[in-house]
Design a protein around this ligand. Structure first.
Ligand SMILES: NC(=O)c1ccc[n+]([C@@H]2O[C@H](COP(=O)([O-])OP(=O)(O)OC[C@H]3O[C@@H](n4cnc5c(N)ncnc54)[C@H](O)[C@@H]3O)[C@@H](O)[C@H]2O)c1
Length: 256
């Protein structure tokens, strides 16, 4: 890796939601390795573990406990980031949840609302509070985490699929609203990655692991860092003409 890439976030501040685990934790570590100071935002206090890992490697990070579906909590999380580090340059709005499979007729209303609240309203609330701080600092980059389920349907996952399709619409709209003012907003659509979300399902249905491998034309599922790399590229100066895009990072899953 070139020295320019190794230090490309030097002097910059990144906020990552859902950074206690999986893709978000990997992104927080990568931001730090490349020079950023990082706000690790999560509803789960395991976010402290991500901070410990970053600090033991010599980086700077702070854990901020917040539920992304709570407007006041998100506002405070962004304010605390500014208090800790003085600015906000990059945000990866990544927090997400999965739920048990249920066809629409049987989907408990509560499960529907929670999926939409965390993964769609959560992204909306994060952008609402991040964008003004980025504008004050002269610009920034936001990456919203959608999914292959933002592009195609999956039976039994109505709330997840609807929220991820919604994230793409929200991303395009936000990009058009703020791109000219220097805030570049994009989304990523990951395929299956080896995170807690997926390992919990594999634990219950072990044969699923082979099935998931088979479903990805690349012949395997992703490591969380492979998804995080795409988010970091979109936040970097190397993606300076990319905006309103939905970058597919899925080992060919939706291409087949
Ligand atoms: N793992 C995959 O295969 C996969 C595929 C496509 C998309 N995604 C998306 O990637 C993102 C990260 O998922 P992951 O696989 O790393 O899962 P994960 O379960 O490992 O991590 C998700 C994190 O989000 C946090 N979180 C959940 N609800 C929250 C809330 N209300 N407020 C703040 N934090 C909250 C959790 O505590 C957890 O730390 C999600 O948006 C998910 O939908 C994952």
């Amino acid at each position: 890796m070139s020295a320019a890439v190794t230090h490309e976030f030097e002097g910059r501040v990144a906020l990552v939601t859902g950074a206690a685990s999986g893709i978000g934790a990997a992104a927080a570590r990568l931001f730090s390795e490349r020079g950023a100071r990082v706000a690790v935002v999560d509803v789960d206090s395991n976010g402290e573990r991500t901070v410990d890992v970053i600090r033991s490697a010599g980086g700077e990070a702070t854990f901020i406990r917040a539920d992304v579906s709570d407007d006041g909590a998100v506002e405070r999380a962004v304010a605390k980031t500014l208090e800790a580090f003085g600015r906000l340059d990059c945000a990866f709005n990544n927090a997400g949840i999965s739920g048990p499979p249920n066809p629409i007729v049987d989907l408990p209303l509560e499960q529907w609302h929670r999926g939409i609240d965390v993964m769609l309203t959560g992204v909306f609330l994060c952008m609402r509070h991040e964008i003004p701080r980025m504008l004050e600092g002269g610009g920034g980059s936001i990456v919203n985490c959608a999914s292959g389920a933002g592009l195609i349907g999956f039976p039994g996952q109505a709330a997840y699929v609807a929220s991820k399709h919604g994230v793409l619409g929200l991303t395009k709209t936000a990009a058009m609203e703020y791109g000219k003012q220097g805030v570049l907003i994009n989304a990523i659509c990951p395929g299956t990655a080896r995170t807690a979300m997926v390992e919990n399902v594999i634990e219950q249905t072990p044969e699923l692991e082979e099935e998931l491998r088979r479903l990805h034309p690349i012949g395997r599922i992703a490591e969380p860092s492979e998804i995080a790399e795409a988010a970091l590229w979109l936040c970097s100066g190397r993606a300076s003409f990319v905006m309103g895009s939905a970058l597919v990072v899925d080992g060919g899953y939706v291409a087949q």
